[in-house]
Design a protein around this ligand. Structure first.
Ligand code: BEZ
Length: 399
């Protein structure tokens, strides 16, 4: 795939894993950090608006892992601080400063929305604050704005689109219309789809956009009906995804123009979408029916703790805590030992419910992307869409 040097990726991962084993020994020997203060974790997440459920699932997943460790990471108890970012980029700089300057947190876990993420990344770089991104895929965070103190456990926006473009071309679709919100996540997702779909012989006839978080889709659905592409590719998530999938079916398009999507279109949304989502194909780095003991145990524990089904956002929250735990163990809980902490995190092999994952040199996950089909209220994997897909990390120099 263009821009992905797999050989180089592999060599750097092997080097990183070498460092990991060395750190494993160090971590085991590291004395427990002799201090009674709690480690301050700041959640900057959406708790209101179209992405509210995503923010809540990330926090739930994070806390589930911490609770499974007896409430501690690297021997340190955790104190939580919370800011509702409302998925509102205009308020993001002020909001992140509440965590950094007012609450003096040791690490920020945030966020969901790519536009808000840009402000958090900037603040983390300016203040050298440790940052774990639990969802937002904005390509720049692990591209030109990458930094040693910035880690992402989710994906980059182009990845699910790259995977779906391959699938759509292989399935013989010749033309597509794309539709999304007009902001980085949607645009970059469409960019990924277009890249591989057109490389595979397809043609994107039109890119349709609505402002975020607008859900007035009617005029654009009429346009899709008149263009008559062989498929539609969409990026929406949360409350907006629920509305879009229902409107697409209600407009009578579902049986005429197959709807394909980045997996967010149907993740954490199926109960609300009902029959309108049945049969939809999406690509994502997680599926509900992965039958590994790890995923089965995770889904059971999550359902027990929160009386709701785990989704990809819960997985990413859980893995954010796992990554922090790996770093803290290597330094015996002393988060001030920054170089050692960062080396351990960069070299981490995380036993995720999605499968074992590692990080690329730009601190983004290298992972498999599943082709999923909605069946009986679940996103079921029906095969691999892309194996060990790495973020191209374009423009990233760690310095
Ligand atoms: C984003 O803004 O990066 C995003 C939001 C929801 C789901 C996936 C990505």
């Amino acid at each position: 795939m263009a821009g992905i040097d797999h050989g180089q990726q592999r060599r750097r991962i092997v080097q990183a894993l070498g460092a990991a084993s060395a750190l494993g020994a160090l971590g085991a020997a590291a004395p427990a950090f002799a201090q009674s203060t709690k480690l301050k974790v700041g959640f900057m997440l959406p708790y209101t608006g179209t992405y509210a459920a995503l923010g809540r699932a990330i926090e739930n997943g994070f806390k589930l892992y911490v609770n499974e460790q007896g409430g501690k990471l690297g021997g340190r108890e955790i104190e939580y601080f919370t800011v509702d970012d409302e998925s509102e980029p205009a308020k993001a700089a002020d909001n992140v400063n509440k965590l950094i300057k007012r609450d003096n947190v040791d690490v920020i876990v945030g966020t969901v929305h790519s536009g808000v993420q840009m402000a958090i990344v900037k603040a983390a770089r300016d203040n050298n604050t440790l940052l774990i991104i639990p969802n937002a895929g904005v390509d720049e965070a692990t591209g030109p704005l990458c930094a040693p103190n910035i880690f992402r456990v989710s994906f980059s926006n182009s990845q699910p689109g790259l995977a779906m473009g391959i699938v759509a071309a292989l399935r013989g679709y010749k033309t597509a219309v794309t539709i999304t919100w007009k902001y980085a996540a949607g645009e970059q997702s469409i960019g990924g789809f277009k890249e591989t779909f057109e490389k595979g012989g397809g043609k994107v006839l039109k890119e349709l956009y609505v402002p975020f978080p607008n859900v007035e889709f009617q005029a654009l659905l009429t346009e899709i009906a008149s263009i008559k592409p062989t498929c539609t590719y969409a990026f929406f998530a949360g409350g907006g995804a629920v509305k879009f999938v229902k409107d697409y079916a209600a407009a009578g398009l579902k049986d005429k123009v197959p709807l394909l999507g980045a997996g967010f279109l149907t993740d954490g949304t199926l109960d609300a979408q009902g029959g309108a989502a049945d049969g939809l194909l999406t690509t994502l780095h997680y599926a509900d029916n992965l039958t590994t003991p790890r995923n089965t145990a995770f889904r059971l524990a999550y359902a027990k703790a929160y009386s709701s089904k785990a989704d990809v956002y819960a997985v990413q929250g859980y893995d954010s805590a796992q990554l922090l735990g790996i770093g803290l163990r290597a330094v015996g809980g002393d988060i001030g030992q920054r170089p050692l902490l960062i080396r351990a995190m960069a070299a981490a092999e995380i036993d995720s419910p999605r499968g074992k994952i590692t990080l690329s040199p730009s601190h983004n996950v290298v992972q498999d992307f599943y082709l999923r089909k909605v069946e009986n209220g679940e996103n079921k994997s029906i095969g691999l869409a892309a194996k060990s897909l790495a973020d191209p990390g374009r423009g990233c120099t760690m310095g």
